[in-house]
Each structure stands twice: as structure tokens, then as C-alpha cells.
Design a protein around this ligand. Structure first.
Ligand SMILES: [Zn+2]
Ligand SMILES: [Zn+2]
Length: 570
């Protein structure tokens, strides 16, 4: 079996913020790292890329009088470097929609869908000043229902009603503020309604798809699917491949979804095994897509419909791993209002692996979740430092103190019920954590890791190996041998979240290459009599700052970081 892991493609006109990381990029990485240990590195592929076409970037480039690709080259490189080098996102391929492999593939794929495509004329708002057809959300105006002056051509953010640009009172171009005209233009449409029945059958039979994702998809099906335009009148994009479509480009939403496949093709092409991409798209494949909840319809309806429309047997998504929203101290993240933390700022505030752990622990799995500095500090200082850090330090220090750094081994005849209970927990915790991970419950999965450490602390307090060492050294040896094996399990379970710290802990155990371990063997008693542990150091450090001081630190670094960003990301 192959496991395909993907995160949604971020639009490259902004630096990703913490909400993007927890919604897609970081969540997908944690899962991919777990999956490689569970299913074998060669059976897992993890891809994504920069989404760089479309109106906002085209308009920005025109304002600056430069080629849009000049802007996206720099922005893509910046974001890619932060993902791969700073945030330790282990993409096998992080590519971009300007990749030639992607452009070729999109054009071929759309022709494969031709049984479900028709052409129709449409009236579309056009700005004569910007010389630009305006997609719905780039027309603003007054809502005809509630009078909100800043409603968009697709929806009113005040009353929530769906709109069309025609309905807006005093419509205006969002770029220049002038009144658009309506022009007739021809577009190619994807006839989703013809796939309604097949989509329903697939969703009903898909056992692993999370319920909240199914609920959104079924509500779309209830309303009835409508044809969607596949083409746009933009210049900055992939030329549409249809006969007579020379002056059109492919709507960015469709091409970004196809990036999942083209990134796979490109990966195998780069390693000189061109045919192998099919292993991840046909046959025995489970696929996991990490996205924010606003993306559900695209991944649970439109993308599967596109795959079905080709009739080629592409594998549909197994799990659309959608999160709810992350709020920042009670507010929505906002680039223009500078509300939030961006990935390049985060690095200046604390160790990125602390961020990785703290974000997964605040992952919005059941409802929208508020990111707070206070909770972040609690997670780092209490969960990481006290629960995990102190526990592993206690075990390893006592092996040094009472057994000269050598694992004493188990004497079965002296095992007590408490020893056996904790051994059972060690063997069960990795399996439970893995099961939760595969159900898109990463935060819940990490509870198993914390439980193992907390129960470990309780186990030491109950068994008191420091006291046993004076009266029954073999029994003390049992407790610390059980303990050191739980530390090994903790290191492997920590790996998807904090790969560098997991390796550091592995080294303290006198082991190396935690990334080469098997998940299914994490709970086994592998460290036995005679194994020498390594040098023991504190694994984590407390952050001795108040939430207000951390927020102050953010304000200090913001100015410096913003100046270093490429033009498009400022
Ligand atoms: Zn309204
Ligand atoms: Zn305009």
C-alpha cells in the first residue's frame, strides 16, 4: 500500500501565518513523518507547492510594472526556504504552478475531462481602466439585502448572503475603485451536475472520510451541483487547452488541485523513474489532504469530480483532513491589520520545534480554537519541560547514578503489577497515537505521548527506584529498564512533532537515527541488559517570559523581518 500526503497549496502573495501552518502545512508534515515510520519511507510521498497564478498577482505586477513571474520567483523561494529549512517541513517535492511539468499536465488533464465540459457565453464585469475582467470577488459594492457598503461580488460578509456582481448596488473595481462595465465573454464550464450521482455513491461508501467533511459535501449535493467555469480571461496563468480558447487561462482553483498529481509526476521525473508516479495515483493507495475547512468543497467535491471525469481510475481522497479555524488572541488573522504571527517572525521568538509542538497542541480539531501566548507558554513549560523533559531526565539520570549508565535489564521473577501495568501502557500508546493520527486527530494523538510521560512520572513516584536501589537493586533495575524503554517510545512518538529533539533524546539513549525506526516497534522493550546510554542533558528549557513580554518581542522583530521580505510578500 502507498500513502499519499498533501497540504493545500498556499497562494504565494503572502507569507503563511500560524493559521496556515496548523491548517495544512505543519499538520501534513507531522502526519507524513509519522506515516514514513509506520508504512516505510519508500511507501509515502508528501508534496505541495506555491499557487502563483491569478488575478491578485497579475494586478500587483501591473501596478509595479514588472513581469508577474519576477515577483513569484522571489516569493516562492522565500516561502519554500522557510518551509524546508526553518520549519523542517519534510516535503518530498515542494514545487510551484509555474513548473513546466505542472503546466503540461494541467492542459492534458483538462482535455481528458472533455465529456464533462461545455462552452457558454457569460456577462462578466470588466474594468476598462485596469483592462481586466474582474472575478466575482474583485467587484465590491453595496449589499442589496443589508446595505453593507463593502460586500463582494460573490458574497456579503455582513449578512452572509450569496451575491453576483449584477446584484451589487454601485459596483466598483476593488483595484482602482472605478465602475466596471459588463462584457460578454465565452467560457468553458465543468458540468459537475452530471457527476452528482457518482459523487454521492463514492462519499457514502468512503469509510475513512471524517464525518464533518462528509456533512459539508452532502449539503452541497443536497443543493444540487452547478456547472463551474474552468477558464478565466486572465493573462497570468496556464493557457486553456481547448479549441478556440487561445486568450483564456485555466481558473487557478482547478489547476492548483491538479498540482497534487503534477508534483508527484515531477518528483519521480526528477529521480529518473518517470512511470512510478502512478503507484501513488492508481490502485492500492490511501491519500490524506491537510486543509482548512474553507477548502472542504474543493477537496471533497470538485477534485474527486475532476478525477472521476477523466474515467481513468485515479484514486479519490481517502481522508480530507480539514481543521476548523485558528484565531489569534480572539481575532481573525489579518495581513492588512497585522493581526497574527507569520512564519518568518515566529523563528525570532522561540525554537521552531517548540512552535511545532505548541501549534499541534492547539490544533482546532473540533471547533475554532484561540491561539494565545498564555496557552503556548503553558504547553512549553508544563507539557514539554515538566511532563516530558523532567520524566526522561529522571530516568536517565538514575541509570547513570545507580547503574553507571548501563541498562540493568529485567528480572522477570521480580516484576510487580505496577511494572506490568506501565509496560502495557508503553506497548499500547504508540498504536493508539497512530490510530488517532489516521483519523485526522493529531492533537488527540499527542495526548497519548503526554500520558506516557505523566504516567511514567507517577510510576517512578510509586516505585521509588532511588529507595529500591538501597534495598533491592534488581527491583530498582527492573523499574529503570522499564523506564528507559518508555523513554525510547517517547522519542519515537515525539519524532513527527519535534524531529531534532527526538534525535537528541535518541542520542541520550545511546541510539541514533530515530527517523529510521518503525512505528510499530516503538512500544517494544528494545533496550536491555548491558546497553550503555549516552550523555544526558536537559532536553527542553523553560521560557521565562510573560505572555506580554512575548507579544512585545514579536513587535520588536516584526519591523526587521518585514523589511527582508521580497516585494510581493510585503
Ligand atoms: Zn448583506
Ligand atoms: Zn479597475
Amino acid at each position: 500500500m502507498k500513502v499519499f500526503v498533501a497540504s493545500a497549496w498556499p497562494y504565494v502573495n503572502a507569507v503563511p501565518h500560524l493559521g496556515t501552518m496548523i491548517g495544512s502545512v505543519l499538520s501534513a508534515d507531522v502526519f507524513a513523518r509519522y506515516a514514513r515510520l509506520k508504512y516505510g519511507k519508500e511507501n509515502v510521498l508528501f508534496v505541495s507547492g506555491s499557487d502563483e497564478h491569478g488575478t491578485p498577482i497579475e494586478v500587483e505586477a501591473r501596478k509595479k510594472g514588472v513581469d508577474p513571474k519576477v515577483l513569484t520567483d522571489a516569493a516562492h523561494e522565500y516561502v519554500r526556504r522557510y518551509f524546508l529549512e526553518v520549519w523542517e517541513i519534510s516535503y518530498d517535492n515542494y514545487t510551484r504552478t509555474e513548473s513546466e511539468v505542472h503546466k503540461d499536465f494541467v492542459r492534458k488533464f483538462l482535455l481528458d475531462m472533455s465529456n464533462y465540459i461545455f462552452v457558454q457565453e457569460e456577462e462578466v464585469p470588466y474594468c476598462e481602466y485596469d483592462k481586466l475582467f474582474l472575478p466575482d470577488r474583485f467587484v465590491a459594492g453595496t449589499c442589496p439585502y443589508c446595505g453593507f457598503p463593502d460586500a463582494r461580488g460573490d458574497q456579503c460578509d455582513n449578512c452572509g448572503r450569496l451575491l453576483t456582481p449584477r446584484l451589487l448596488i454601485n459596483p466598483r473595481c476593488v483595484f482602482c475603485g472605478r465602475t466596471p462595465v459588463f462584457k460578454v465573454t465565452k467560457h468553458w464550464f465543468f458540468d459537475l451536475s452530471k457527476l452528482q450521482h457518482m459523487l454521492r455513491e463514492w462519499l457514502e461508501s468512503s469509510k475513512e472520510m471524517p464525518q464533518h467533511v462528509k456533512a459539508v459535501a452532502f449539503s452541497w449535493l443536497e443543493e444540487g451541483l452547478k456547472p463551474r467555469s474552468l477558464t478565466r480571461d486572465n493573462k497570468w496563468g496556464i493557457p486553456a487547452p481547448f479549441e478556440g480558447s487561445q486568450d483564456k487561462t485555466v481558473y487557478v482553483w482547478f489547476e492548483a488541485l491538479l498540482g497534487y498529481i503534477s508534483a508527484t509526476i515531477e518528483y519521480f521525473k526528477n529521480i529518473g523513474q518517470e512511470e512510478r508516479w502512478k503507484e501513488f495515483w492508481f490502485g492500492d493507495v490511501r491519500s490524506f489532504y491537510f486543509i482548512g475547512k474553507d477548502n472542504i468543497p474543493f477537496h471533497a467535491i470538485i477534485f474527486p469530480a475532476m478525477l472521476m471525469a477523466t474515467g481513468k481510475g485515479y484514486v479519490n481522497p481517502t481522508v480530507v483532513a480539514a481543521t476548523e479555524y485558528l484565531l489569534y488572541e480572539g481575532q481573525k488573522f489579518s495581513k492588512s491589520r497585522r493581526i497574527g504571527v507569520w512564519i518568518d517572525e515566529a523563528k525570532e521568538i522561540m525554537d521552531i520545534e517548540y512552535w511545532r509542538f505548541a501549534l499541534i497542541r492547539q490544533r482546532p480539531e473540533e471547533r475554532d480554537t484561540n491561539f494565545t501566548w498564555k496557552e503556548t507558554l503553558r504547553i512549553v513549560n508544563t507539557e514539554l519541560n515538566d511532563d516530558i523533559g523532567n520524566y526522561v531526565n529522571r530516568v536517565l539520570s538514575m541509570i547513570n547514578r545507580y547503574f553507571d549508565g548501563v541498562v540493568p535489564g529485567i528480572n522477570e521473577t521480580l516484576l510487580k503489577e505496577a511494572d506490568r501495568n506501565y509496560m502495557r501502557l508503553i506497548s499500547e500508546a504508540p498504536r493508539k497515537m497512530g490510530e488517532l493520527f489516521e483519523q485526522n486527530k493529531l492533537k488527540a494523538g499527542t495526548e497519548e505521548l503526554l500520558k506516557l510521560a505523566r504516567e511514567g512520572n507517577a510510576y517512578l513516584n510509586q516505585r521509588e527506584p532511588w529507595a529500591l536501589a538501597k534495598i533491592n537493586k534488581e527491583e530498582a533495575g527492573n523499574v529503570l529498564t522499564v523506564g528507559v524503554n518508555s523513554v525510547r517510545a517517547i522519542a519515537i512518538m515525539l519524532y513527527p512533532l519535534m524531529p531534532r529533539h527526538a534525535e537528541k533524546l535518541y542520542n541520550m539513549l545511546g541510539l541514533s537515527n530515530v527517523e529510521g525506526e518503525r512505528w510499530d516497534e516503538a512500544g517494544e522493550m528494545r533496550l536491555n541488559k548491558g546497553h550503555r546510554i549516552g550523555k544526558v542533558e536537559p532536553l527542553f528549557r523553560k521560557i521565562e517570559l510573560t505572555p506580554e513580554e512575548l507579544e512585545g518581542k514579536l513587535k520588536e522583530v516584526r519591523h526587521k523581518v518585514e523589511k527582508e521580505r521580497p516585494e510581493l510578500l510585503r
